[in-house]
Design a protein around this ligand. Structure first.
Ligand SMILES: *Cc1c(COP(=O)(O)O)cnc(C)c1O
Length: 479
């Protein structure tokens, strides 16, 4: 791809818009259901509708909620509807954020400050199941809240029997997910809630991925464990509108059971020469377009639209789960409630990462899991149409890998296998950091998602580079 520095003389709008198309030409093919993460897509008409909504407020700024009354009205409607979906009482309150990560970061900040103010906790800790989204580990680093990891049991569910032992005087919050991202399992929130209430510790439910689909699955008659405000111990919930709410990117929610909790999220500085300042969330300038598009998505969908999407998603999810279960070499991880799942190999001759390589070669874009090794699928309504193709290709891929076990030593299978099993995790972290950072140096390197070609004698994917580093290091140590 040709680089485009800031031109000395500006270019016509039409030229620039043409360039945009070219930039996107080797992006993942999400419009035809080949991508199993990152994008929630319906069709071009719907995308145009979101763009119109976004465009009409793309200059509006939610920084000061008293300036653009429109944005505060969008926010009020969004929060009220979200709270209703989550079976909240009228006391439930909250904020629209820029995404799931912002919502998760805010919960940690809120509960750290709550514990500091009400219990004088100075060495804050939180309990996270190992399957908690990475955003929570990011929050731990950003806000100095130590993680106590809750392991999984044999069924790959968060082991609630071990929770009690991890809560202590410094615990500022407990986290559960509905569902967790790696395997799509809903954590045992009711059991978490009992312990949380007994110990007087807040319980946040991360429903970033589930918040805009689980309620509609339940309305459709699906039996699910309770995980929302109906569970007495639950004090807050994050739910992304830009995932299963089908909003434009940049919209999530965090709601709290009452204002006394939410107040600890807010920031006020009364002595700034720029004026008295109050802010409810992380961002300063808040993108008006994202609010408008989120509001528009929810109004257009309504309960009927979301229920229909949930029905189609569940159909595809059930088909995938059953299809994988029918392939004897594979197993579905844990107890996924949908809409996502992970699967692995139970046949020592079938390397699951090699299966992933075969699937990639057939034009799918599939995420890898580790601990244990596996592949991942985030299923949307759109995937209903490609599920038969997917399962056919998956079966063929398993057969190919079984017939050619040496594929485990080739392509990205070799490197993923190595990367997830290198024992020195601290060094892996440092190495990933060093290599990842090169993408951000001036004129930064481009990297491939999985296995890529070589450029200038260097592999072009991050995992390949880590593997190369590790092999070289081992050879050096042996000689
Ligand atoms: C996606 C996700 C997040 C993070 O959301 P972003 O919008 O990607 O920042 C957090 N938790 C869970 C469970 C998620 O699936």
């Amino acid at each position: 791809m040709k680089r485009r520095p800031l031109p000395t003389r500006g270019r016509p709008m039409a030229d620039v818009l043409d360039d945009l198309k070219e930039f996107g030409s080797d992006d993942p093919d999400y419009k035809n259901g080949r991508l199993w993460s990152l994008v929630y897509y319906l069709d071009d008409d719907y995308t145009d509708f979101l763009n119109q909504a976004y465009g009409s407020f793309s200059s509006a700024n939610g920084l000061n909620p008293t300036a653009f009354k429109s944005l505060k009205r969008f926010e009020n409607d969004i929060i009220a509807a979200t709270a209703e979906n989550l079976h909240g009482t009228p006391d439930v309150c909250g904020v629209v954020t820029s995404g799931g990560t912002e919502s998760c970061l805010l919960a940690v900040k809120t509960y750290r400050d709550l514990a500091r103010a009400t219990r004088r906790v100075t060495k804050p800790e939180m309990v996270l199941p190992v399957t908690a989204h990475v955003a929570w580990f990011k929050a731990s680093e950003y806000f100095g809240v130590k993680v106590r990891l809750l392991p999984l049991d044999k069924q790959m569910r968060a082991d609630v029997r071990k929770l009690r032992g991890l809560v202590n005087r410094n615990t500022v919050m407990i986290l559960g997910s509905a569902p967790e991202y790696p395997h799509g399992t809903i954590d045992p929130i009711e059991e978490f809630g009992e312990i949380a209430q007994k110990r007087g510790v807040p319980l946040h439910v991360d429903a970033c991925v589930g918040g805009f689909i689980l309620p509609f699955m339940e309305m459709n008659g699906r039996k699910l464990p309770l995980w929302d405000y109906r569970v007495p111990g639950v004090t807050s919930i994050s739910a992304d509108i830009h995932k299963y709410g089908f909003a434009a990117k940049g919209a999530s929610t965090i709601t709290y059971r009452n204002l006394d909790l939410l107040k600890h999220q807010m920031f006020v500085y009364q002595d700034w020469p720029g004026g008295v300042f109050a802010s409810p969330a992380l961002l300063g300038t808040r993108p008006g377009g994202a609010y408008a598009a989120a509001w528009a998505a929810m109004q257009h969908m309504g309960k009927s639209g979301y229920r229909d999407l949930a029905r189609r998603t569940c159909k595809a999810f059930d088909q995938m789960r059953a299809g994988i279960a029918k392939i004897p070499e594979l197993y579905v991880m844990g107890e996924p409630s949908g809409p996502l799942l992970g699967y692995g190999s139970r046949d020592k001759d079938v390397n699951i990462y090699a299966v992933g390589d075969q699937m990639d070669a057939k034009g799918w874009t599939i995420n890898r899991l580790q601990n244990p090794d596996g592949l991942h699928a985030m299923i949307t309504a759109q995937h209903d149409q490609v599920m038969a193709d997917y399962l056919r290709d998956l079966k063929a891929s398993v057969a190919t890998v079984k017939a050619h076990p040496e594929l485990a030593q080739a392509g990205s299978a070799a490197t993923y296998g190595m990367m997830s099993h290198i024992p020195m995790r601290g060094m892996v972290k440092q190495k990933v950091l060093d290599m990842f950072a090169t993408m951000y140096q001036a004129g930064g390197a481009e990297m491939d998602l999985h296995h890529g070609a070589e450029a200038a004698g260097q592999p072009t994917s991050l995992v390949d580079r880590i593997a190369l580093w590790y092999v070289t290091r081992k050879q050096r140590n042996q000689s």
